[in-house]
Design a protein around this ligand. Structure first.
Ligand SMILES: Cc1cc2nc3c(=O)[nH]c(=O)nc-3n(C[C@H](O)[C@H](O)[C@H](O)COP(=O)(O)O)c2cc1C
Length: 355
């Protein structure tokens, strides 16, 4: 097959078209955007990439909020119009019926089947022409008409617009090619290649159903270098607090990893207890969630845990499981009295039901 070099540009064939809304100087303003997508499942974080000369970014900074409005194909003319004219010169506040949600300042479009209001996280990335703004989705609003008989969104009823930048055309959704996170299981590796090797069976999770366990925890944001010391201090604080109140843990010490923002880890450190336990001060009543989860028992030093977790997360992704919420490490024996190669850690991933 002959390959032709055609230059350096964005080759993505289609982008979902949205109108990004913001209140600028007290008025709703909407602009057409194709550089938009999600970057994190929970919390739900989205990004929009906006040219620095546009009117809309001023409103995002002014209010710390914006909206993403997904048009149906019926509104392709209005959508394109919002990409042709700027709120700096033309009042775009009367093109649609605007409503506001919980944030009070992110204008949303009544006529569009899916809209959401976002809180600007304060994170942005500057490029020569555009600035990428990140927002946390606080609420999604759906028009009832686009729900299918099963109560889920029927995307054919939404009838979204895709922009094909390669040919400068708007296009509607095409044929159904099969279920996501699933159809790839039909792939047959080519014989005699590395891909034909089984994929790391030693890192397969077991899928389990768990009961929720009440827990007492301390939540903190720590630099990776401070992790071990913080685990030790917080574990001792929770243990002594419970003991002074006549309780002992019903299970092993655990750490829940909620996220990493590039500098600090958002973690919860604690023990499970029988129901009825209560916290105080910075010791909170929490829980190890119940429901469907992926579990893996690692035997070996704690130093290998990041590597094992990366491999497990690949396994989960390949097998179509969607992790929902924090990842748990449960330390099943005592590092003070156990040789590093005999340490046992359960790694637990709560899963999105149905994934
Ligand atoms: C198909 C299409 C896609 C667009 N995508 C983007 C985009 O991703 N980012 C951007 O900054 N502008 C994009 N624009 C341009 C803006 O929508 C346009 O410049 C608009 O007038 C800006 O409005 P404002 O100044 O009121 O904010 C797009 C326009 C069209 C027609």
């Amino acid at each position: 097959m002959g390959k032709i070099k055609t230059g350096a540009y964005n080759p993505l064939p289609v982008a979902p078209m949205v109108l990004v809304g913001a209140t600028v100087s007290g008025k709703p303003n909407y602009m057409a955007v194709g550089f938009v997508n999600g970057v994190n499942i929970k919390p739900a974080i989205v990004y929009v990439s906006l040219n620095k000369r546009h009117h809309t970014p001023t409103g995002i900074i002014e209010n710390g909020t914006f909206s993403i409005n997904i048009p149906s194909a019926d509104y392709v003319i209005e959508t394109d119009y919002c990409g042709l004219v700027s709120g700096k010169n033309v009042d775009k506040s009367n093109i649609f019926t605007t409503f506001y949600g919980e944030l009070g300042s992110a204008p949303m479009i009544e006529e569009f089947p899916i809209t959401c209001e976002c809180r600007y996280t304060g994170q942005k990335v500057e490029f020569d022409m555009d600035t990428v703004y990140f927002g946390e989705v606080m609420q999604v609003y759906i028009n009832e008409e686009v729900l299918g008989a099963d109560g889920k969104i029927d995307v054919l009823k939404v009838n979204p617009i895709y922009f094909s930048g390669l040919e400068n055309r708007y296009r509607a959704l095409g044929e159904d090619l099969g279920p996501g996170w699933h159809i790839g299981k039909q792939y047959t590796p080519k014989q005699g290649t590395a891909e034909a090797e089984p994929r790391g069976p030693k890192y397969q999770c077991s899928i389990v159903e768990r009961c929720a366990q009440p827990a007492l925890t301390i939540r903190s944001r720590v630099a990776p270098a401070e992790l071990a010391a913080t685990i030790g201090q917080s574990a001792a604080t929770v243990f002594l607090f419970a003991r002074d109140n006549g309780s002992t843990p019903s299970g092993a010490l655990f750490v829940a990893y909620h996220g990493f923002d590039g500098q600090g880890l958002d973690i919860e450190i604690g023990f499970p207890f029988m129901p009825g336990i209560e916290g105080r001060g910075n010791i909170h009543l929490s829980e190890i969630p119940g429901g469907k989860a992926a579990s893996y028992r690692h035997v070996g030093s704690y130093e290998k845990l990041p590597e094992v977790r990366t491999a497990l997360e690949q396994w989960l992704s390949i097998n179509g499981y969607v992790v929902c919420g924090a990842t748990y490490e449960i330390y099943l024996n005592d590092p003070q009295t156990t040789a590093p190669e005999k340490l046992e850690t359960e790694i637990l991933y709560p899963l999105l039901p149905g994934s």
